[in-house]
Design a protein around this ligand. Structure first.
Ligand code: FAD
Length: 496
């Protein structure tokens, strides 16, 4: 089936890359794992040989090749038994510089994309914060514009390439009041004054540097803004599909390499007078793993085809990431078992794989988040379309809906008393009703209330117009309630 996706040229490229890896990388992997650092010079060698920027246009020094060359690249660097090594170029080439290429200005591309393709710069993507991992929308890092600069304050954590890398594509809030329209992406040099870093000790991925980053009044030129202010969330949602697909490609390739390695050991290891690959119970387990790997690999290739055609394949990339990374964990567990006690000893590569694969079902969207995306599509009929930032007219229209809804609630609240406090959270705006002293006093203060109702303005409008039933809105998750549920029940009195 490989021939279906890969031409002779792809395979020639694969051979050349494999030769390069065998000569320049494999002999040093153990040393780099032990030192917990990969020397930067190696990336220049990658660049000189034309192995970087495969998917970027030639005008920036890239190769302008179809996505299956990138598949070959991700596969081969994932077969080296060092997840920590593999994550450095994949984050740089497919998870961070991609935003500079796709949405950045020409000046940013010259400064931050061209060197990445030459192997002169390593880049990072800074999304996760101590209080916001899966819940990306909850990030707190702020960038405030002052003249020709942004001043950045906040904290990121778990940032791959964050310690030794050159720059980070930082996800910040430029307007915390504007919900998903308040995010921006800014390129920040990692040696900027005001940044302090802490390299984290990890279970696996030892060759990769994973950092906590602290930003204290970090001054960045406005020219480092990627695309337009307020559109960062949409850029990010666009890029995450590629990140998940690349994760899936690596997970499958790493699993294949592990199966081969394990089969070789099984053919050599003797027990009860014969090689252990003669025990049917073990043979069948390996056959099962092989079957599962083949099925998922073909699905990942199918997703790669969608990527190659420029499709926005949320469902497919989520399935691929979920299945491939869960498989990698299962395979690591089962293959280590085939090695007996030797599998537990670091001299055997399977021990490292066992540590390295654990992150795969967590990073870049955990398995639970992948299942949640799928459940929303499957059960709630949610559609994921390529995110499109709102036009100026749409921004004005949704602001008008918020105003209409807030006005209607004010009028209805004026007619009675809730006897307690209730807050509506419309994302960009809040409406606080204090009914604790006889009459309802309504304000736009963002205060602590006995109960908070999170709802988007369009759904609230439908509720007020009687077009949406409160109970079904609640059951389908359109209304979310925080705090005292009994207060939420009083919503009906405001609606009637
Ligand atoms: C080695 C490493 C490298 C990383 N590299 C990067 C990087 O380069 N850049 C970056 O920005 N981040 C990076 N991360 C962060 C990674 O993406 C996050 O760890 C991940 O998104 C999970 O976030 P969290 O750790 O805050 O867990 P949480 O979000 O707190 O989740 C904890 C648990 O709850 C589950 N959970 C959360 N929400 C739900 C839900 N709605 N339904 C069901 N279950 C749920 C999760 O699946 C998980 O099991 C890295 C992490 C590690 C460990």
């Amino acid at each position: 089936m490989k021939e279906y996706y890969f031409t002779e040229e792809h395979e020639l490229f694969r051979d050349a890359l494999k030769q390069f890896l065998e000569k320049e990388v494999l002999p040093y992997i153990d040393e780099w794992e032990a030192q917990q650092r990969v020397p930067k010079e190696i990336w220049k060698k990658f660049g000189e040989q034309g192995f970087l920027g495969l998917h970027y246009p030639e005008q920036y020094g890239g190769a302008g090749l179809d996505f299956f060359y990138s598949v070959v690249f991700c596969e081969e660097i994932s077969k080296l038994f060092s997840g920590g090594f593999g994550v450095i170029p994949t984050v740089t080439q497919y998870m961070s510089s991609t935003y500079v290429y796709k949405f950045g200005s020409e000046a940013l591309k010259q400064k931050y994309l061209v060197p990445v393709i030459k192997g002169e710069m390593i880049s990072a993507i800074g999304i996760t914060e101590p209080g916001a991992g899966s819940d990306v929308a909850n990030i707190q890092t702020r960038a405030v514009r002052q003249g020709d600069h942004y001043i950045i304050n906040g904290q990121k954590t778990f940032i791959s390439n964050g310690f030794y890398g050159d720059y980070v594509v930082l996800v910040v809030k430029t307007n915390p009041e504007a919900g998903v329209h308040g995010f921006s992406l800014i390129v920040v040099d990692l040696d900027s004054p005001g940044i302090s870093k802490n390299k984290l000790n990890k279970l696996g991925w030892h060759a990769s540097d994973t950092a906590e980053l602290f930003f204290e009044d970090v001054k960045v030129p406005v020219g480092n803004l990627i695309g337009e202010e307020g559109k960062g969330f949409f850029y990010l949602m666009d890029g995450l599909q590629l990140e998940r697909l690349v994760g899936a490609i690596g997970a499958v390739a790493g699993t294949e390499a592990l199966i081969d390695y394990t089969l070789k050991y099984m053919s050599e290891r003797q027990a009860f007078g014969r090689p252990i690959n003669k025990f049917q119970v073990l043979r069948h387990r390996m056959a099962q793993l092989h079957a599962e790997t083949e099925v998922i690999k073909q699905y990942v290739y199918y997703c790669s085809r969608l990527q190659n055609e420029g499709k926005y394949a949320v469902k497919e990339c989520s399935i691929a990431k979920l299945q491939a990374t869960e498989l990698a964990n299962k395979a690591a567990y089962e293959c280590l078992q085939m090695f007996g006690g030797y599998g537990y000893i670091e001299d055997y590569k399977v021990a490292r794989v066992y540590r390295d694969v654990r992150i795969l079902t967590i990073g870049g969207g955990s398995s639970e988040i992948m299942r949640e995306i799928l459940a929303k599509m499957l059960i709630d009929d949610k559609k994921y379309e390529r995110p499109r930032p709102q036009t100026a007219q749409e921004v004005a229209a949704s602001a008008a809906v918020v105003e209409e809804v807030m006005q209607a609630i004010r009028q209805r609240a004026a007619q009675g008393s809730l006897g307690t406090s209730l807050k509506f959270d419309f994302g960009s705006k809040k409406l606080f009703i204090d009914g604790s002293s006889g009459t309802n006093v309504v304000s736009e203060e963002d205060r602590e209330a006995a109960c908070t109702i999170l709802i988007n303005p369009e759904d609230m409008q439908a509720l007020l117009r009687g077009e949406l039933n409160p109970m079904s809105a609640f059951m389908s998750g359109k209304i979310k309630v925080q705090g005292d549920m009994s207060v939420a029940m009083k919503l009906q009195s405001l609606l009637s």
